[in-house]
Write a protein that binds this ligand. Structure first.
Ligand code: GRF
Length: 241
């Protein structure tokens, strides 16, 4: 057994992965305690799951923030005091070469405004690891650097619904199905400055039968995710010893 680590979770939706982690922690099959659950989306089932388990919750309403940035425009005074656009721009690997500068600037600035609100909530907790459990927002270097405070030590994990590096992006199972793959899977990886590009911690695969529908693939995949995520958290806990 390793020393118990404090884990923060970010979600956007139903939170079945969060539930798997909560259950594993309660059953002591992982050496972890979930200290908070944050969502970018108010009123989602995952928040209820956390509250039921007596875990603190908070919401940073990304849609509202982004809408207001679009409507009102972004003033320098709205940005976090320690935000440095040039630095964040030089680190990020989210945009392909040729993307419009205006689009990049708006994305990084509006996300930093939301990320600062997340950080203001997270700072209240002692946290060893942050897990993204169906958190459907891309994190920028502004946020990542404020969590990964020790050089070379990743502290943010994500679960992705495909066998990376195949099918990055938001619809891993959909892309696996559309391509006609005969094997699907899920990946837990660390977050770096790209989208779904960080070092892989663990993967699980499943077979896809000719008659499987997209729903069948999602079902098979989620069942693998619920096994994989707690295992990867435990691997992290043991790596700290
Ligand atoms: C999972 O398939 C995860 O891989 C993806 O979003 C889904 C979240 O499901 N990123 P849940 O909210 O954990 O039920």
């Amino acid at each position: 057994m390793a020393k118990k680590i404090n884990v923060g979770a970010l979600i956007s939706g139903g939170g079945t992965n969060l539930q798997a982690i909560i259950d594993a922690a309660l059953e002591n099959s992982i050496d972890a305690k979930i200290v908070f659950t944050g969502s970018d989306n108010p009123g989602v089932k995952g928040l209820e799951r956390a509250q039921k388990a007596n875990i603190d919750t908070f919401v940073v309403d990304y849609s509202k923030i982004i809408k207001s940035c679009k409507k009102e425009g972004i003033n320098e005074v709205d940005l976090p005091k320690d935000f440095n656009l040039e630095e964040i721009e030089s680190k990020q690997k989210l945009f392909a070469p040729g993307a419009s500068q205006e689009q990049i600037d708006f994305f990084l600035k509006s996300r930093a405004i939301a990320e600062k609100q997340l950080l203001d909530k997270i700072v209240a907790y002692e946290m060893d690891l942050l897990v993204l459990a169906g958190f459907m927002r891309v994190l920028t270097p502004y946020f990542i650097d404020r969590i990964n405070i020790e050089p070379e030590k990743y502290r943010i994990m994500n679960i992705h619904p495909a066998l990376l590096p195949s099918f990055p992006g938001t619809d891993g199972y959909g892309d696996t199905f559309a391509y006609g793959c005969k094997i699907g899977g899920c990946t837990v990886h660390y977050i770096d400055y790209g989208e779904d590009t960080g070092p892989i911690i663990g993967q699980k695969a499943f077979e896809i039968e000719d008659h499987d529908t997209l729903d069948d693939i999602k079902k098979k995949g989620l069942e693998k995710e619920w096994e994989l995520y707690p295992q990867c958290i435990q691997k992290f806990a043991e790596s700290l010893e």
